[in-house]
Design a protein around this ligand. Structure first.
Ligand SMILES: *Cc1c(COP(=O)(O)O)cnc(C)c1O
Length: 235
């Protein structure tokens, strides 16, 4: 099976899982994480019907979004201050914001490009040393500071779960969903109403994420790798 048919396959699985969770399939967006492939790989996924792509490197998102401006480009990687102009120029949604200095710079860049930049706040729910993002208790103060910025629109939260154990992943996703409810309560009504996205779930754990309320799943290997199997996951 190639990328085109794997994309269709994954989309179908995501939709049927969403239905099985009693949710409307339109509630969950599939972001195809194309960071391991070049332009041909993106073209294959587009041919399979993909409309949303995720990239973790500014140079890659810049090149690919210029080549395929018809797609929506999601920045899911580590933000470096000096690359913010490229990231803002090419991203419809930035998933990985967790520093106030970056939020301010994104705001400035967005203003100069005449756009309002949609962002998600990355949270380290599990507390793993290797993961980036804010500690859960720091999220509400951070969001309230960012809410002052005119050209940044806070759309929700993002996390990555620990690998290897479905129950641990599920607890992490439930934690993010709960935190998003608390954030909405802390925000003024008009900002709370657009703070609706939960970006969580990757190739091995998107089922758990959807059952916890994910609105965006970020799937790379299951679409773009020839030999992906989620056999490492304990269920
Ligand atoms: C690479 C990556 C993904 C996709 O991971 P897969 O396991 O390949 O599905 C999702 N989110 C982030 C932040 C990533 O860096």
């Amino acid at each position: 099976m190639g990328i085109e048919s794997r994309y269709r396959d994954v989309l179908e699985q995501v939709e049927s899982c969403t239905r099985a969770c009693g949710r409307d399939p339109h509630e969950v967006k599939l972001v195809a994480v194309s960071k391991t492939v070049g332009l041909e790989g993106v073209a294959s996924a587009l041919a399979g019907g993909a409309v949303d792509f995720g990239e973790n490197r500014p140079d890659q998102i810049l090149v690919k979004s210029k080549e395929y401006p018809q797609a929506n480009w999601h920045f899911i990687g580590n933000i470096q201050s000096r690359r913010i102009p490229d990231i803002v120029a090419s991203s419809s949604l930035i998933h990985s914001l967790y520093q106030l200095s970056h939020a301010r710079k994104i705001d400035e860049e967005a203003l100069s490009l005449g756009k309002v930049q949609d962002v998600l706040v990355e949270v380290n729910v599990s507390g793993e040393e290797s993961k980036s993002g804010l500690a859960p208790q720091d999220v509400i103060p951070f969001v309230l500071e960012c809410a002052e910025l005119q050209n940044v629109r806070l759309r929700g939260l993002m996390t990555m779960a620990p690998q290897g154990d479905a129950q641990v992943a599920k607890a992490c996703f439930d934690g993010l969903a709960q935190l998003a409810c608390e954030v909405r309560e802390a925000l003024p009504a008009e900002k709370a109403s657009v703070f609706s996205e939960l970006s969580m779930g990757m190739s091995e754990d998107w089922n758990e994420a959807i059952s916890s309320g994910a609105t965006i799943v970020r799937i790379g290997r299951a679409i773009f790798s020839d030999n992906f199997e989620d056999a490492d996951m304990v269920r």
